[in-house]
Design a protein around this ligand. Structure first.
Ligand code: PLP
Length: 361
């Protein structure tokens, strides 16, 4: 079997060009006689890798001077704890619940302070993004927290909430670099890289520098301290060197592709192929309210559990893998991140058409 179309929510597909370049560098990175996996994180070669990765990321997102970029080991769940530990000064934070990952983040924050849920879409199984234009923001909230793209439910904030002056903290794991984020609108945007950027093992935190403080919760593990991480250029301890190297290659690939506005254009076009099909299909149905739809994660169902299972199985046999929905929601989900080519989505739609024809009574 050649390469499959992998619709996994993460770890997910990486651009073939990036994998090919990593393969070329595998035994001998740029003539230094060793692989990136083997080199010291204090070496000149690795220093150049991490600095260039940061520079390319800053270029892609036009990250303002007063924001720091931190590479932190530990992925998304680490940030669920790192955010309240580093940011809760008054001990209060507002959370908007739009799915599992926001719920988990709120639950973790409850260990360190008071959490106020100021909006939620739990009433309709998280199938929409609540109106966040006039929220009951707590006067003493240290921040307002969202999960911008809900990987499991397939919704996305297309308009950021009005936080009434409080810093906005956003988990952008599953929409990171799918379009140009307006960094200045956030106090922090952070993403685990294994969804849309690189392999598992790293979270990238983009943080406004006034939010990097010394007087944080004294229980904060040193390794989760934003100030320590920033002061040490993300090299306080051994970082996930190889993951950072691959992320750097992906940043270069994104630049070569034309940058994030071009990626966004492609992502809109690509998602439209699938959503248009779902809207017209008599067998498959999307589960999200149209104006809350994600461009990255597309959940859908047939309405019949056995048929869903048959679909997932037959699709996998045809080289369209990991289409099973999250274990908590069932059905199907196609994750179509930056690295999924449009042909992958077109192939999926052709397969769905054939499946529909076969199963129409
Ligand atoms: C996957 C995911 C997480 C969890 O990331 P881990 O690195 O597995 O801890 C958090 N938030 C979102 C939006 C995700 O998609």
């Amino acid at each position: 079997m050649g390469r499959v179309y992998n619709f996994s929510a993460g770890p997910a597909m990486l651009p073939v060009e990036v994998l090919e370049e990593a393969a070329r560098d595998m035994l001998d990175y740029h003539g230094c006689g060793q692989s990136v996996m083997e080199m010291s994180h204090r070496s000149a070669e690795f220093k150049a890798i991490i600095e260039e990765a940061e520079k390319d990321l800053r270029d892609l997102l036009s990250v303002p001077e007063n924001y720091k970029v931190l590479f932190m080991q530990g992925g998304g769940n680490q940030q669920f704890a790192a955010v309240p530990l580093n940011l809760m000064k008054n001990g209060v934070a507002d959370y908007i619940l739009t799915g599992q990952w926001a719920k988990k983040a709120a639950k973790e924050a409850e260990k360190y302070g008071e959490v106020h849920v100021i909006a939620s879409s739990a009433d309709k199984t998280f199938s929409y993004i609540p109106d966040c234009s006039d929220l009951p923001v707590s006067p003493d909230a240290d921040y307002v927290y969202i999960c911008e793209n809900n990987t499991i439910y397939g919704t996305k904030f297309h308009k950021l909430p009005d936080t009434k002056g409080k810093p906005l903290v956003a988990d952008v794991s599953s929409c990171f670099l799918s379009e140009k984020h307006d960094v200045e609108k956030y106090g922090i945007l952070w993403g685990g890289v294994q969804k849309n950027v690189g392999p598992a093992g790293c979270g990238i935190v983009i943080i406004r520098d006034d939010l990097i403080r010394e007087d944080i919760n004294p229980m904060t593990p040193t390794i989760m301290n934003y100030k320590v991480t920033a002061d040490n250029g993300s090299l306080y301890n051994t970082p996930p060197c190889y993951v950072i190297y691959i992320c750097g290659l992906v940043f270069k690939w994104l630049k070569k592709m034309g940058g994030l506005d071009e990626m966004h254009r492609r992502n809109v076009e690509k998602a439209k192929v699938l959503y248009d099909f779902l809207d017209a299909s008599s067998l498959f149905k999307g589960t999200v309210e149209p104006d809350s739809r994600s461009l990255m994660n597309v959940p859908f169902v047939t309405g019949d559990k056995d048929l869903d299972a048959a679909f997932v199985k037959e699709a996998a046999a045809a080289g369209l893998i990991n289409l099973k929905g999250h274990r908590t929601v069932g059905g199907m989900r196609a994750s179509i991140y930056n690295a999924m080519p449009k042909e992958g989505v077109e192939t999926l739609v052709r397969f769905m058409e054939a499946f529909e024809a076969k199963h129409k009574a």
